[in-house]
Design a protein around this ligand. Sequence first.
Ligand code: SAH
Length: 409
Amino acid sequence: MSDRRRYKRPAPERPQPQNPDGLPETEKSAEPDRCPLYRKCGGCQLQNMAYDRQLHWKQSLCERLLGKFHSVEPILGMEKPYHYRNKVQAAFGVSRQGQTISGVYQSSTHRIVPVSHCMIEDETADAIIVTIRGLLKSFRIRPYDEYTGTGLLRHVLVKRGFSSGQVMVVLVTATPILPAKNRFVEALRKIHPEITTVIQNVNGKFTSLVLGEQEKVLFGPGYIEDTLCGCVFRISAKSFYQINPVQTEKLYGRAIELAALTGNETVIDAYCGIGTIGLIAARHAKKVIGVELNNDAVRDAIANARRNGIQNARFYCADAGQFLVDMADSGEQADVVMMDPPRAGSDEAFLSSIVRLSPARVVYISCNPETQARDFTYLTRSGYTVRHIQPVDMFPHTNHVETVCLLSK
Ligand code: SAH
């Protein structure tokens, strides 16, 4: 997943070379409606290729990195690969001419490229950000200036539940005082009645992370809900949630299929976020144990179990590696491990504990085939065999690719 896992600033990623698949330009069919910000933004590295060429490029990438472990199934592409991002964040700042601007950081810099519409972002979210930009002046809310450290509004984050229609707006400010905040929220909701919750997040640090620690709910419940694979999930500002729900259903569907649950299994959902995979699996398993580092996400996972009437799932806030070491040390059992680590992949503590726990099946979801290949090398040297490799295009037009794979003894 592109910015997968943490709310890091979306920027510093170098634009890919113009010719990432090594094909001569003439063999590529450029998208007719290519984005005018393509080069400056750097977010959609593959936009110079037609969508079917992009899928071909991602398939080849997976074959190159993972093909030595098993044949790679054809990538699951997206039918309408536009406006799929349910989470949009914009940095706010001031242009050289003194105008308020909002958008993304230019690749590898801290310069803001103004964005009003983006072909991969949710259109409602984009419209809300444009509205906020327009409202600031009359409310005397100044955008933050990174260089002088003055001003207030640093970022706006919008999350929308595609199936529920619920919308969360997070205003990230440099200091806690947001003048006329009630009137501001009222004015915003008048233009966008679809907004169901507004949160102020305070981030006073000099950091590349978008969100700070402190959070204040200005309107609504402080979270949104969304439905995936028949379960309802509550999502907080800081919790991870897959950014492409259409493709996530395909990804999770395949993960559950590969886990081949019969109702008797103890399943570990490692790096579980708000518990999505584990709770979907819980209906087909005896017991689910979820582990996740982010406390807010664990709180959401516990609430999500209750919300869906699921009683056979427990969630723990811990480092997944340490948690598995402790499980193995205390002689606990697991039949299936479902794991979905961040881009950096898993670690030796985790992988060596898998070998000790010896589950019959490991379903490994990854947003980075490079670290997945490294982890496969470890597991295949320790008695596991890769049985399925299924790429899923979660991030059309970007150079990111997701895979869901099965290993077994
Ligand atoms: N499976 C979830 C979340 C996957 S994202 C989903 O599909 O929605 C990866 C998650 O791993 C994030 O929620 C992140 O907070 C968590 N994480 C990162 N490092 C971790 C670690 N060392 N131990 C446990 N969880 C970790």
